[in-house]
Ligand binder design. Structure first.
Ligand code: HEL
Length: 428
């Protein structure tokens, strides 16, 4: 067990100062326009802005012993390593168990970089919402107005793709129906965005535009295409200029289609479908199948900094942050905004961020209402729903403190609800 407390006051101060230079901070119109039903569209699941308002100053102290117990449990369930970093008002607390590299036995460290999977979607959403702030794109305009002829239905708006309500089929359902063969088939492949959209469009829409929440990587491939079309730059350049540099995220990169994770990093270990089969080292891959939906590399410190800044309102205008926080229900304890998840914890606290599953890496990165307390947790395995569910407990330890442990002894641990879009892919 590694667990330490580190003051980060001066580093945080530098970040805050630098944020004064972040573009698109100007006060924007206060009307956080709620999505309206397009003619002929059953906007059955209209997002609401009301859920999740617990004040950050009411948070219990993090339960570091409970956090470490969660990480150790993940190891007993098959994760080679598991770690978490909490950044709480300038104080960092870290815990790590197990190994970063099974071949050398090197211990996992919270300084290690890793693949963040769909946490990338929050980076993409921030870039697009900054473009909304700049008047370059409108949330309630058809995607086809910006990318003529791309999508089969003109009623699909920019807001629909950002909130997974477009109905666009998720091509990864088929790609990863068989876990290891699916992964090996794409590990070194380089796709264009158009090719990924074409894979999706082989299947009909899951639902009429706006009618239902249906998580799909295709949506954030379209977001990447919008960013590139509107800015004239690759998404990596926009992440760099708008998020990575202003926040000094020195562990964060977007290197598509390069396959290596530069610098000190955790190796990822994919769990095969066959029970008892050896883990597959899945560290190196292009992640071209995901790109703006999932190819960012980062660290626990950087993701804490990112979500703290986002919820504190330092990456978009207040109006666009309010748009990101218009929730579509996912299940009884979760909502999806615009590239942002909300999770309601057992102690009544709601937290904001994203989860990520990319071969060999499970990530949870969430922050409090005002961004003052953040946690990023990683297990360096995937295709292991037991580990995924266990790692959700890191949020309970970080934001509910010892109350979470008490609640767990009173009733069964909270059960994750999965949208089983493809065999073995737990999506929520
Ligand atoms: S799935 C999710 C998660 N998101 C979505 C995206 C991401 N990741 C993927 O689409 C990867 C799917 C394959 C993952 C692979 C594994 O476990 O490594 N599983 C299989 O191949 C199963 N046959 C909704 C969970 C998110 O949290 O947003 O990241």
């Amino acid at each position: 067990m590694v667990s330490r407390t580190v003051g980060t006051g001066s580093a945080l101060g530098a970040v805050l100062l630098s944020l004064l230079a972040v573009p698109a901070q100007a006060a924007a119109p206060a009307d956080a326009k709620a999505p309206s039903a397009t003619a002929g569209t059953a906007d059955a699941k209209a997002p609401s802005a009301t859920a999740g308002t617990a004040a950050a100053d009411a948070l219990a102290a993090p339960d570091m012993a409970g956090l470490d117990a969660v990480l150790r449990t993940a190891l007993t369930q098959g994760a080679p390593g598991a770690m978490a970093r909490i950044d709480d008002n300038g104080t960092a607390r870290t815990a790590a168990e197990g190994v970063a590299d099974r071949s050398t036995g090197r211990a996992l460290s919270t300084d290690d970089r890793f693949r963040v999977g769909s946490v990338t979607k929050s980076f993409s959403a921030v870039v697009l919402l900054q473009l909304v702030d700049e008047g370059k794109v409108d949330l309630d305009t058809s995607v086809n107005a910006y990318l003529p002829g791309l999508l089969p239905d003109d009623r699909i708006t920019v807001r629909h793709v950002l909130s997974h309500r477009s109905g666009l089929y998720d091509y990864t359902n088929d790609m990863f129906a068989q876990t290891v063969p699916g992964f090996e088939a794409v590990r070194n492949k380089v796709y264009t965005y158009q090719q990924l959209v074409d894979l999706s469009l082989r299947k009909p829409l899951n639902n009429a535009p706006g009618a239902a929440y249906s998580y799909s990587n295709t949506n954030f491939v379209v977001v990447g295409m919008l960013i590139e079309k509107l800015t004239g730059h690759p998404v990596g350049t926009e992440y760099q200029n708008r998020v990575i540099e202003p926040l000094h995220l020195t562990d964060t990169s977007y290197v598509h289609p390069a396959t290596a994770i530069a610098g000190r990093h955790a190796n990822g270990y994919l769990t095969p479908d066959a029970a008892g089969a050896a883990l597959v080292d899945s560290t190196e891959q292009t992640v071209s199948w995901a790109q703006s939906a999932g190819a960012v590399i980062s660290s626990t410190r950087d993701l804490d900094t990112f979500f703290s800044a986002l919820l504190a309102g330092r990456l978009t205008s207040a109006a666009q942050l309010a748009q990101m926080r218009q929730w579509v229900p996912v299940n009884s304890t979760q909502g999806y905004g615009l590239g942002l998840r909300r999770r309601d914890l057992s102690c009544g606290v709601s937290v904001y961020g994203h989860t990520g599953t990319v071969q060999g890496f499970y990530t949870y990165a969430f922050t409090s209402e005002d961004g003052s307390r953040s946690i990023t947790a990683l297990a360096n395995t995937s295709n292991n729903a037991t580990v995924l569910n266990t790692m959700a407990g890191t949020l309970e330890s970080a934001f509910c403190g010892k109350a979470a442990a008490k609640a767990a002894t009173r009733s069964a641990a909270p059960v994750e609800r999965h949208e089983d879009i493809a065999p073995g892919i737990a999506r929520d």
